[in-house]
Design a protein around this ligand. Structure first.
Ligand SMILES: Nc1ncnc2c1ncn2[C@@H]1O[C@H](COP(=O)(O)OP(=O)(O)OP(=O)(O)O)[C@@H](O)[C@H]1O
Ligand SMILES: [Mg+2]
Length: 302
């Protein structure tokens, strides 16, 4: 069953096309990753899907409801973790959760029980009486994730949930998201952390300049764009030109990255072909980050 569907979705801000004709389908129970450089349009896409910001063009369905005419029902089943912290700094941790629970018409006693439960999950229960301004950045982020669970959502939409978290807290969030997935909760996860996307996502879409450049399972993207391994070699300027010529004449797939050359899709028999001194090269496993660079380039977008 398709849980989130967008068709020809577009968002303009004046002359800026933040999201450009995006059509995608997210299946029930999957963790769907959204990757892309700063300004790619990820948050703009997420804000439309979560009915926070209107689309310029196109359509969105969540659990078969058309978002435009059923935004209230859709919001009730969504757990949203926004990129920008919108906690109320003057209220305590618990008051923030209780206030949030009211949007979902959760009765008071139940809201209190749920609040303490989600605080426990993210090891924040002893901070329940702290004001938001007294929390560290990482605690706030954990609280934002906890808050997204208050309505026991069927679908979670998370915009960079682990940014700024220490490794312990990051693993705690990963563990919780994995657990939710095993309970059938569908997830749309926007992240800049390639390890996170590889670890958690069944499929990822790589976005660039408002468009989806590619969409597939992480392992499939890696094998399509990079191959299973990457060879890296650092060369001085004389060796470099000769090596580049050699690589080109052998039709090898490579990229010059600063002082290094990255070589992709290498088959073992090419190692002895005399293109370069392979003993000087380092062999490593290909990652989603390699795919990311290949699809979106290495220069800053803005
Ligand atoms: N409220 C707004 N008003 C005007 N332009 C906006 C607004 N929000 C986003 N934009 C523009 O839309 C484009 C996409 O921004 P968006 O925040 O969706 O990117 P992103 O992929 O989430 O980036 P990041 O990784 O930095 O969070 C950018 O060019 C941005 O400047
Ligand atoms: Mg963003």
């Amino acid at each position: 069953m398709v849980v989130i569907k967008t068709q020809n979705l577009t968002k303009n801000f004046g002359d800026v096309v933040a999201v450009d004709d995006v059509s995608l389908e997210i299946e029930e129970g999957e963790c769907f990753g959204l990757l892309g450089p700063n300004g790619a349009g990820k948050t703009s896409l997420i804000r439309m899907i979560t009915a926070v910001s209107p689309s310029t063009n196109g359509e969105i369905w969540v659990l078969d409801s058309d978002l435009q005419s059923h935004s209230r029902q859709v919001k009730a089943v969504l757990g949203v973790v926004p990129q920008v912290d919108n906690l109320d700094p003057d209220l305590t941790v618990l008051q923030n959760l209780l206030t949030f629970a009211r949007y979902f018409d959760i009765p008071k006693v139940e809201a209190h029980r749920r609040s303490m439960e989600v605080l426990r999950l993210f090891q924040l229960e002893d901070r329940c009486k702290s004001r938001i301004r007294e929390l560290s950045g990482g605690m706030r982020r954990r609280l934002l994730v906890a808050r997204g669970l208050i309505n026991s959502p069927r679908v979670m939409v998370l915009d960079e949930p682990t940014i700024g978290l220490d490794p312990q807290a990051k693993y705690l969030v990963w563990h919780k998201l994995t657990e939710l997935k095993s309970q059938g909760v569908t997830q749309l996860l926007c992240t800049q952390n390639m390890e996170e996307a590889s670890a958690l996502c069944d499929r990822v879409a790589i976005m660039h300049q408002g468009r989806i450049m590619s969409l597939d399972a992480p392992a499939k993207l890696i094998s399509r764009y990079v191959g299973e391994v990457v060879w890296e070699i650092e060369l001085n300027s004389e060796e470099r030109d000769k090596t580049i010529n050699g690589l080109e004449s052998h039709g090898l797939d490579f990229e010059v990255v600063g002082d290094k050359i990255h070589i992709f899709h290498v088959k073992d028999d090419e190692l002895t072909s005399g293109v370069l001194d392979w003993r000087k090269a380092m062999r490593r496993a290909a990652t989603l980050e390699d795919v990311f660079f290949r699809l979106t380039g290495r220069s800053l977008a803005e």
